[in-house]
Design a protein around this ligand. Structure first.
Ligand SMILES: NC(=O)c1ccc[n+]([C@@H]2O[C@H](COP(=O)([O-])OP(=O)(O)OC[C@H]3O[C@@H](n4cnc5c(N)ncnc54)[C@H](O)[C@@H]3O)[C@@H](O)[C@H]2O)c1
Length: 284
């Protein structure tokens, strides 16, 4: 199936970036958010981000005009009726996502594919809640979505092979590199990355090494652009904890137990850059 028009629900950080990525890739992208004015604000933000790229000579005015002409804000969810693909990027809540996907099922054409950008919920459960599990995939974009090349394509046991093939083609058509992963907690990236951040916090908690030395070791020893503690501050220590909790609940094994220090940092609202206090910020 050729997909020309996509519907993106949720115009927050991810939905806004994903809609822009689709429009940049040549597709028509329709953006909807339940909160009044949010999709319009997202559209304005995309516009100003693109204008900045023109100023920095990374894009031409013609390219920007083309992208903007392919983007549209929807007044209601009913506008999903004209799209062959609908992706949700709303709040990370199983009940909210399930209810929305059930609604999309009643609105979208029968052959439309539904997708989720969830980071931590079961894609299988969401697919079943959508009422069309065989036409459902996880499409996990990375922030900022217009820039990051990777898409984790999360494949459930229910998904039809032609649906997976269409999702692979769709991701490639907008210049992304899809990797296929079975529906499993943390998919690939978070399962590898977040326990490493947690282990760095354990090193600190056990007094094995200092913040600076842990980060320097991984930058100079492994060529990481950023040390694990600085990265946890950037991602948000609350997100690091939520992903660890999800891995611990979903995969048996003590190795996924979040560090006590991580939980206590989150309890103290020391979430990293977003609260100005964390492992590497706010301690000067
Ligand atoms: N932020 C990240 O780095 C990141 C990366 C990958 C995946 N994700 C996942 O993407 C999803 C969205 O994350 P985000 O950071 O963009 O969240 P966000 O809070 O920035 O945006 C969520 C948006 O969804 C809207 N919304 C909530 N319920 C809705 C509904 N029923 N119908 C329509 N709109 C609704 C809200 O008004 C809000 O604008 C989550 O599932 C998250 O786990 C986030």
């Amino acid at each position: 199936m050729d997909i020309e028009r996509v519907f993106v629900v949720g115009a927050g950080t991810m939905g806004r970036g994903i809609a822009q990525a689709f429009a940049q890739g040549g597709l028509r992208a329709v953006l909807y958010d339940a909160a009044p004015g949010v999709a319009e604000q997202a559209f304005a933000r995309i516009r100003s981000d693109l204008d900045r790229l023109v100023e920095r000579e990374k894009m031409t005015e013609e390219q920007v005009a083309g992208i903007v002409s392919r983007l549209q804000v929807a007044e209601s969810l009913d506008e999903a009726a004209s799209c062959q693909f609908a992706l949700e990027a709303i709040v990370e809540d199983l009940d909210a996502k399930s209810a929305l996907l059930g609604e999309l099922d009643t609105i979208c054409p029968l052959d439309a594919i539904l997708a989720t950008n969830t980071s931590g919920l079961s894609v299988t459960a969401l697919g079943r809640a959508s009422g069309r599990p065989e036409q459902f995939v996880g499409m996990h974009f990375f922030n900022p979505a217009p820039v990051m090349k990777l898409v984790e394509l999360v494949i459930t046991a229910d998904a039809r092979t032609d649906v997976v093939a269409t999702a692979v083609d769709l991701a490639r058509s907008i210049g992304k590199e899809p990797v296929r992963v079975k529906d499993s907690p943390g998919f690939i990236v978070n399962r590898l990355l977040i326990p490493m951040l947690n282990e760095a916090i354990l090193l600190l908690e056990e007094g094995v090494a200092s913040v600076e030395d842990i980060d320097t070791a991984m930058k100079l020893g492994c060529g990481f652009p950023m040390g694990p503690l600085e990265l946890s501050d950037l991602v948000g220590n609350d997100i690091t904890l939520a992903v660890m909790d999800g891995l611990h609940a979903g995969l048996s094994g003590e190795k996924y137990r979040p560090a006590d220090m991580l939980r206590s940092m989150v309890q103290q609202q020391r979430l990293g850059r977003k609260t100005g206090s964390g492992f590497t910020v706010g301690n000067e």
